[in-house]
Design a protein around this ligand. Structure first.
Ligand SMILES: [Zn+2]
Length: 184
C-alpha cells in the first residue's frame, strides 16, 4: 500500500469524507509532507559533510549555536522542535560551519527521541572531525506534551551529550554550558 493510500485509510478511520473538495488532494499532499519530514533516512554522513574537513592548528573550543530543527517523535509521530548547540575541541581538523546544520538536519528528519538525536549528532561530529571532544545541547518543545497527554504548554526539555574530553573534564563542560544559555 502506498503512503497516499495509507493516508486515505486514516482519513476514513476518523470519519472523514474523502470526496469533499477540501480533502481532494490531501492524501497525496500529506504523503509528500511526511516523506520530506523523514528524508533524513536517505542521507549519509559522507554525503552531507561532503569532504568539508579542513586542516587547522586551532585547538580551542569551536561552538556553533542556535541551529534550529524540527523533528518527529517516534512514539506519537508528533513534532518536537527547538535548538541545537554543538561545541567541539579540534585535533588538527575543523569542519565547515554549515555542515553542523546539515548533520543536524540528517538526524532530525527521521523518527526520533530527543535523547538519541543529541547523541547521534555528537558521535557524528566526532567521527567526521576526529575531535578531542564533542558536546551537544538540545533545548526542545514537544507537541506530544503540549497538544495531548499532560497538556503542558510551557515545559521544555534539555538534553546533553558529551564525548571524549568533555566527559572527563569538568572545566571544558562548564565552559561549554556557560556559553549555551537556555534557548527554548
Ligand atoms: Zn511523543
Amino acid at each position: 500500500m502506498s503512503m497516499q493510500q495509507s493516508y486515505e485509510k486514516i482519513l476514513e478511520a476518523v470519519g472523514e469524507d474523502l470526496e469533499r473538495p477540501g480533502l481532494k488532494d490531501t492524501p497525496i499532499r500529506a504523503a509528500r509532507a511526511f516523506s520530506y519530514l523523514t528524508s533524513g533516512y536517505a542521507k549519509s554522513l559522507e554525503e552531507v559533510t561532503n569532504d568539508a574537513v579542513f586542516p587547522s592548528d586551532n585547538r580551542e573550543m569551536v561552538l556553533v549555536k542556535n541551529i534550529e530543527f524540527y523533528s518527529l517523535c517516534e512514539h506519537h509521530l508528533l513534532p518536537f522542535y527547538g535548538r541545537v548547540h554543538i561545541g567541539y575541541l579540534p585535533e588538527g581538523k575543523v569542519l565547515g560551519l554549515s555542515k553542523f546544520a546539515r548533520i543536524t538536519e540528517m538526524f532530525a528528519r527521521r523518527l526520533q527521541i530527543q535523547e538519541n538525536l543529541t547523541q547521534e549528532i555528537a558521535l557524528a561530529v566526532e567521527q567526521v572531525t576526529g575531535a578531542r571532544g564533542v558536546a551537544v545541547v538540545i533545548d526542545s518543545a514537544h507537541m506530544c506534551m503540549m497538544m495531548r497527554g499532560v497538556g503542558k504548554q510551557n515545559s521544555t526539555t534539555r538534553t546533553v551529550s558529551f564525548v571524549g574530553e568533555f566527559k572527563a573534564h569538568t572545566e571544558a563542560r562548564r565552559e561549554f554550558l556557560s556559553a549555551v544559555p537556555e534557548s527554548y
